[in-house]
Design a protein around this ligand. Structure first.
Ligand SMILES: Nc1ncnc2c1ncn2[C@@H]1O[C@H](COP(=O)(O)OP(=O)(O)OP(=O)(O)O)[C@@H](O)[C@H]1O
Length: 231
């Protein structure tokens, strides 16, 4: 579904991604892991078109997309939940959700009911300002907003950062449902090993801007954890 070949990215003179290769199959749930600064967020931003790349290829359903802007990628069905959520604090929950509607391919003008089935709290808070929600509710809103575009691929950058444990469990269940029942391909950056093991079916380990290991989650053993994740 997504293939990245020899991707390079630089912030000014500092190179962050180095000849990065990544393959994600349709219907998979892939966890991208690695120590702080390995380049995980940078990779997701490049995939979403929020950062320019120096060279390399990004193929989505066989089509080269590295020159397409982020809005075009959203329209192709790539949904993105950024690190830190980035919801609009002064807009209501409803307005935050409506922002995704123009990116829908089917022209639907109404927030899909599925969003409220997955996150009933958003229906209860529809007219509250985004900024008045708790961190966990804002995270649910950020995921709901990405779902409004009717994505085929859902990209989540550390959805559990700073969130209380009961909401973390709820988010884990929703991500699994989206992957297994709705058939979404999921790409998730996750630092917490427990969550990654619970939700991810595949892993990719990053170090210094490259993918250095890739396998089924069941094969993420102590040796790999010590080598690439332990601090
Ligand atoms: N806007 C920027 N300008 C310059 N350097 C940046 C910028 N954003 C990130 N970097 C650098 O790029 C490197 C990779 O950062 P990135 O956020 O992609 O890593 P990460 O693996 O997601 O880390 P974390 O787990 O801490 O979020 C880091 O060394 C970081 O300091």
């Amino acid at each position: 579904m997504i293939r990245i070949e020899k991707l390079n990215q630089k912030y000014g003179g500092t190179q962050i991604l180095w000849d990065l290769d990544l393959e994600v199959e349709r219907g998979s749930c892939t966890c991208i892991m690695g120590r702080n600064g390995a380049g995980k967020t940078t990779l997701l931003k490049c995939l979403m078109g929020l950062l320019p790349t120096s060279d390399g290829k990004i193929l989505y359903q066989g089509e080269s997309i590295e020159g397409s802007p982020a809005q075009a990628r959203a329209k192709m069905g790539i949904g993105y939940v950024p690190q830190g959520r980035d919801i609009f604090p002064l807009l209501t929950v409803e307005e935050n959700l409506q922002i995704g509607l123009p990116a829908r391919r089917d022209g639907l003008k109404k927030i899909p009911e599925r969003v409220f089935e997955l996150f009933p709290v958003l229906k209860d808070m529809l007219h509250r300002r985004g900024g008045d929600l708790s961190g966990g509710q804002q995270q649910q809103l950020a995921i709901g907003r990405a779902l409004v575009i009717d994505p085929k691929v859902l990209i989540l950058d550390e959805p559990n950062e700073g969130i209380q444990p009961n909401i973390v469990r709820q988010i884990a269940d929703v991500v699994t449902q989206l992957n297994e029942e709705d058939g979404l391909t999921v790409i998730l950056v996750e630092q917490k090993l427990g969550f990654a093991r619970r939700v991810g079916k595949e892993f990719r380990l990053m170090q210094k801007g490259s993918v250095v290991a890739a396998d089924k989650m069941a094969n993420l053993d102590d040796g790999l954890i010590r080598q690439y994740l332990a601090v």
